[in-house]
Design a protein. Structure first.
Length: 274
């Protein structure tokens, strides 16, 4: 494979509207439109969103990262870049394209004189897995199963990033009813939140959808995923996007809606991987 077949496009408010990402073509659905608007607001905060473009296949991958104080993940990572997402279409897996995207981020970190680069990983399908980053020299520094926080330091004496999830504090805010906390950072979230709200109403519930509109608010969510969760009567029942069917099953398993599983994750596989 010749790397000149691929181009990394550094997006901005002017060109992002024409880019495809996360399996969606430009402007193709609600998630893409919401994500595009979200990005336009974040560029001024220093967020970087790069699209991997193939001469033959179009936009087939992306990487997104932000300064630690503007990260949409509940981590303390002052002086670091924090990677939100790194994805390559699974049809193009095994070509070194994820490494190509990661290398661009690491170069930016060096130019910006960052302490290093951090990333939240997970075994589920909506976040990159840890093995890819470990092969690239990252090491785990904190965990909150199934999530791990990994880092590659550029400044050896820098303090380790860490998770700052304050679950109980977050849950106390939503003691009654069903609350869906959703940020437009992930293009899968808007449709997911809408479908779950419809399913909840069909079950006789009155869901409240709270849109997370700032990095600070994102870091206050009760899960390391950082941009989506569902709370029912003060209990965390979903910690990442799931289907409406999965949501109905969760509520059914709660029986009288009094009990709550410790953790719920979808086994659905998406078309993207690192």
């Amino acid at each position: 494979m010749e790397m000149r077949e691929y181009e990394i496009v550094d997006t901005n408010a002017d060109n992002i509207g024409g880019c495809g990402f996360c399996g969606y073509k430009a402007g193709s659905n609600l998630g893409h439109r919401r994500k595009t608007d979200w990005l336009k607001q974040r560029y001024a905060e220093g967020l970087r969103f790069k699209v991997l473009r193939s001469q033959e296949f179009g936009d087939i991958g992306m990487i997104e990262y932000a300064h630690g104080n503007q990260a949409w993940r509940p981590v303390e990572a002052k002086g670091y870049f924090v990677i939100h997402c790194l994805m390559v279409n699974s049809k193009h897996k095994g070509k070194g394209l994820g490494t190509l995207l990661l290398g661009s981020c690491l170069r930016d970190a060096k130019k910006s004189k960052c302490r290093g680069v951090a990333v939240v990983t997970s075994s589920d399908s909506l976040m990159a897995r840890s093995d890819f980053f470990i092969k690239a020299g990252f090491i785990p520094v904190d965990s909150s199963p199934p999530y791990e926080l990994l880092v590659k330091k550029l400044e050896k004496t820098a303090p380790n990033p860490r998770f700052i999830v304050q679950r109980e504090r977050a849950l106390k805010r939503y003691k009654k009813g069903l609350t869906i906390l959703a940020a437009d950072q992930c293009p899968y979230v808007p449709k997911c939140a809408e479908e779950i709200a419809q399913a909840a109403r069909a079950l006789g519930l009155k869901p409240r959808v709270v849109r997370i509109r700032s990095a600070k608010a994102s870091r206050e969510l009760p899960t390391p995923y950082g941009v989506f969760s569902i709370i029912h009567d003060g209990k965390l029942i979903v910690e990442r996007p799931v289907s409406a069917t999965r949501f109905k099953n969760i509520m059914s398993n709660r029986g009288t809606l009094a009990g709550c599983p410790r953790s719920v994750r979808s086994a659905q596989e998406g078309p993207w991987t690192q």
